[in-house]
Design a protein around this ligand. Structure first.
Ligand code: CS2
Length: 477
């Protein structure tokens, strides 16, 4: 990247000296704007052990695009009129797992690599969302169980890589996806998978491989032609991998590594003994509210989170959902003022220049809702407490799946492989009560424990209002 304006920070170190010490699975914008930048800071301070080898598990386009620009890319942090751009050089290579599998497995097996980080989205772990167990009906897992040396799934690729790794080389896997106890979840699923293909390998993973929990936070919208054009004007060169995101960033990691680790705390990460309170706070307040904004926004024809926040109906609903219902279910991590955290979140959601699409957040609801809403709802109902806003958010999601159109009749694009099964149940029900019952009986999302009948009735009444008068009627009065 030549000819950049002086305001853009570029790597001042010799990239050829970088040793790939980290393999990262899932090369999306989030990784490039989050973990890769923490690592970039350490490299810029002179620690050359942590070059990143990125792996795309499906899409061949991203590795190709990055290779075409020597794996350099820009990240612009933007809030309103303020913008700051930096070019990252931490990425030393990018592989496409389906076509370069042996190279990927060799990288995971290489003793100089002591960390494998991953952002593969919730569905990338082949977990049954409700039972929290390995989903052996997942097509990629089925494939890998019969051909473990030619894996396609995240778990299969990691297990096959570890199998080739010298037992003496310590390894830490850092899950950076939005799941509660994400490291513990990864451990459980990986051991479940490995025990079906190679019991000694499963034992080795269980005893030797560290999988700390972590909480990641940064709002990073997927790139659009508009964001790429904007970045190109700012940079003076075309960057097909340009990321435009918010200034805020946070990474809390459980300090439980098997071998050497990057000193990410020197780049602002918090290394701590217990990440769970941070995870719960972030998943419920940020992601939980985000999902509500996404479904309410989609139903109301609002394209971006900031548009939704500016809409009196949806914005008001989102604020109350966060401040009243969700906040009440969150225990503050040490030193945190949860109310101040909420106000900061709301200001982040209002960022007018991000263009964060409600459609993007609405994706994969069958994976996200069980993590973001249902624990808070279950806990509250078990204590006899109603959560009127959260219950309405759930109804809005179900209505979105059932109707498939916005409140003004525009067809919605629903990106969620698990949605058709749930939508079918909703559509086949004879009335709203049956629809609520049928949805809640969909165990892969809602679990198999019964829901209180008064709650089922409230949900049915919300569904009925949504059917008759959309979000306006649902939120009236
Ligand atoms: C969002 C998250 O797309 C989504 O589901 O809720 O990607 C969110 O922007 C990040 O978790 C913020 O850290």
């Amino acid at each position: 990247m030549r000819g950049l304006p002086p305001s853009v920070a570029t790597p001042a170190y010799d990239r050829s000296r970088l040793v790939p010490g980290i393999v990262h699975l899932g090369l999306g914008a989030f990784h490039r704007a989050h973990q890769a930048l923490y690592t970039e800071t350490l490299i810029a301070h002179g620690d050359m052990r942590w070059g990143i080898l990125g792996v795309s598990l499906r899409d061949a386009g991203v590795p190709r695009m990055l290779a075409a620009q020597d794996h350099l890319y820009s990240v612009t942090e933007r809030h309103g009129e303020q913008a700051r751009t930096r070019v990252a050089g931490a990425l030393r290579g990018a592989l496409h797992a389906p076509s370069e599998l042996q190279a990927v497995l060799a990288a995971i097996a290489h003793p100089a690599v002591s960390i494998v980080t991953m952002t593969v989205t919730e569905k990338g772990y082949s977990q049954n969302p409700a039972s929290a167990e390995l989903d052996i009906d997942d097509p990629a897992i089925r494939h890998d169980l019969s051909a473990p040396n030619q894996p396609q799934s995240t778990l299969g690729v990691i297990a096959a890589g570890i199998r080739l790794r010298p037992a003496s080389a310590p390894l830490t896997l850092v899950c950076c996806d939005n799941m509660a106890s994400n490291g513990d979840t990864l451990r459980k699923l990986l051991v479940q998978y490995a025990s079906q293909v190679d019991v000694p390998l499963a034992n080795r993973i269980a005893s030797d491989v560290a999988m700390p929990n972590s909480m990641v936070d940064r709002i990073v919208p997927a790139a659009t032609p508009t964001s790429l054009d904007w970045a190109a004007r700012r940079l003076g060169v075309r960057d097909e991998a340009a990321v435009v995101c918010e200034p805020f960033t946070q990474w809390v990691i459980e300090d439980r590594f098997a071998g050497v680790r990057p000193a990410w705390e020197d780049a602002g990460a918090l290394l701590t003994s217990d990440v769970r309170p941070y995870q719960a706070m972030k998943l419920r307040l940020l992601n939980g509210t985000h999902s509500a904004i996404a479904y309410a926004g989609q139903l109301r024809g609002l394209d971006s989170v900031s548009d939704a926040m500016a809409d009196p109906l949806v914005g008001g609903f989102a604020r109350r959902l966060m401040l009243e219902d969700l906040r009440a279910t969150v225990a503050a991590p040490a030193g945190y003022d949860v109310l101040a955290y909420c106000h900061d979140l709301l200001a982040r959601f209002e960022n007018p220049t991000l263009g964060h699409r409600t459609r993007q957040i609405a994706m994969d609801g069958t994976q996200k809702v069980p993590v973001r809403w249902l624990p808070a709802l279950r806990e509250s109902l078990a204590q006899g407490i109603e959560r009127p806003l959260l219950e309405r958010a759930l109804a809005a999601w179900l209505h979105y799946l059932r109707s498939g159109v916005s409140d003004s009749g525009t067809a919605l694009v629903i990106g969620d492989a698990g949605a058709p099964a749930l939508a079918d149940r909703l559509r086949q029900a004879a009335n709203d009560t049956d629809a609520a019952k049928a949805a809640l009986a969909h165990a892969s999302v809602f679990g198999s424990d019964a829901w209180p009948s008064a709650f089922v009735e409230r949900l049915a009444s919300h569904l009925s209002k949504l059917r008759q008068g959309g979000m306006t009627l649902l939120l009236a009065g």
